[in-house]
Design a protein around this ligand. Structure first.
Ligand code: UD1
Length: 430
């Protein structure tokens, strides 16, 4: 199993190209199931989760053509992938694939809308919380679907005339359930109104792509999304939006190690709620035409409290990274997690590096220390593992991050990007 070896202590200086967003690419790829025409996506990141979804889509009958060469786009290597699903050859998404990645459950929306049926494995538990699928089921039932849970599978059938538009209010904001409802309602008869919908930029990106395919979606980016159903969707060409979580992660790394890094191919407005506390912590953020420049002062980090919330709040996917930064602040800070019930597994690993953190329910109290010391640590989930990398970059001595397959799910060429900015980071294979 691969490990990442980091020798901490170097400031980061240079340029890091930001990749296309994993969390945008996945639902966009799934949208290719909605049409028999070709959907072309540009700026698709090269990540384990994307590769897995390519396999899943292939099983359903999607023909996939990846550009032979990686395109060089705004300084980053982005792939263009063409997806063509002339016919859906299989409406079942099996356990062995869906259990590896929760987002693959989202195929249920397009399969049901286009083929009138879908049999998709329940995604199962997840390290960061129980993550049930009740909102998906209730939402699709509101569109007329008949749903049974059978042998660990969600078996969904559309009524004889197809799905029917409806009003549906999400009990709690859910990114995935909003994606699925937008896709399913796009091919339903009549108008669907989604209340308490997710406003995340990735939801807006999917809505724009669906509209380019002929859907009639309005209100994306607000809590109420209206979808007028159409009888069919066509192909389109769409560019995946930049990864705001990758952007925020590197910004926090610079704030912690000190240095001066320009993050290219990204947009500050995608992560305003994360950049504000970063500035409050002492980092300088300069908005550029094609990205942001981050200047960190390393030793003069101010304590800042954050609470994770759906957009426009602080993103849960940057919580672990911000906590890593706070471990070296000059005081006491609090990090409260409100989205997932078990998203503090990085706490005990950060403690191995010398961090002082105590947990009080959903709030972590972090007492900043003067320095961290490198140690072997274990990656537990995608965002937690990158928080350990950030902490390792700022720690004295050597940190070995084990189980790096979590990182490969969501961070493209992490070692390369950090090494080019002066970090001592290498992958040890085997
Ligand atoms: C997406 C992101 C993930 C991010 C999360 C929250 C992708 C691929 N993943 O995950 O990185 O951390 O949004 O911003 O885009 N819930 C239910 N029932 C449901 C659905 C959700 O109770 O049917 C709960 C979840 O357990 C969680 C909350 O709703 O507590 C929000 O989850 P959700 O927004 O659905 O997360 P994902 O879409 O899975």
């Amino acid at each position: 199993m691969d490990r990442i070896r980091i020798v901490g202590g170097n400031a980061l200086n240079g340029v890091i190209p930001i990749s296309g967003a994993k969390n945008a690419a996945l639902p966009l790829m799934i949208a290719s199931l909605l049409t028999s025409d070709t959907l072309t996506l540009e700026n698709v990141p090269h990540l384990a989760d994307v590769e897995l979804l390519l396999r899943i889509l292939g099983n359903h009958g999607v023909d996939i053509a990846v550009n032979g060469r990686r395109e060089k786009q705004s300084g980053s290597y982005a792939r263009t992938i063409h997806f063509t699903c002339r016919t859906i050859v299989d409406t079942t998404a099996p356990y062995d694939l869906v259990s590896k990645m929760r987002a693959s459950f989202w195929v249920i929306g397009p399969l049901l809308a286009r083929e009138g049926r879908a049999r998709v494995s329940l995604p199962g538990g997840c390290a960061i919380g129980t993550r049930p699928v009740d909102f998906f089921i209730e939402g699709l039932q509101a569109l007329g679907a008949i749903i049974e849970i059978d042998s660990g599978y969600v078996d969904a059938k559309a009524p004889s005339g197809g799905l029917v538009g409806a009003h549906f209010t999400f009990p709690k904001v859910s990114v995935g359930a909003t994606h699925v409802m937008m896709m399913a309602a796009s091919l339903a008869r009549g108008t669907t109104v989604l209340k308490n919908a997710a406003c995340e930029p990735e939801v807006v990106d999917l809505a724009h792509c669906l509209n380019a395919m002929g859907a009639k979606i309005s209100g994306m980016g607000t809590r109420t999304i209206t979808i007028e159903g159409v009888t069919s969707l066509s192909g389109a060409r769409h560019q995946v939006l930049p990864d705001r979580i990758e952007t925020g992660t590197y910004a926090m790394a610079v704030a912690m190690t000190g240095g001066d890094v320009t993050l290219t191919g990204t947009r500050a407005e995608l992560l305003a709620s994360a950049l504000a506390p970063l500035e409050a912590a002492g980092a300088e953020i300069i908005h550029l035409d094609d990205g942001i420049r981050v200047i960190g002062h390393g030793d003069a980090i101010r304590p800042v409290d954050i609470v994770t919330e759906p957009v426009p709040g602080f993103p849960t996917d940057l919580q672990a990274q911000f906590m890593a930064l706070m471990t070296r602040s000059q005081g006491i800070s609090h990090v409260t997690e409100t989205i997932f019930e078990n998203r503090f597994m990085h706490v005990q690993e950060l403690a191995r590096l010398g961090a002082k953190i105590s947990l009080h329910g959903q709030t972590a109290r972090i007492e900043g220390v003067r320095s961290l010391r490198g140690a072997p640590v274990m990656a537990t989930d995608l965002r937690a593992s990158v928080s350990l990398v950030i902490a390792g970059l700022a720690a004295e001595g050597e940190t070995l991050v084990n189980r790096v397959y979590h990182l490969d799910r969501g961070f493209e060429r992490l070692e390369e990007k950090l090494s080019l900015c002066g970090a001592v980071v290498e992958r040890i294979s085997g």
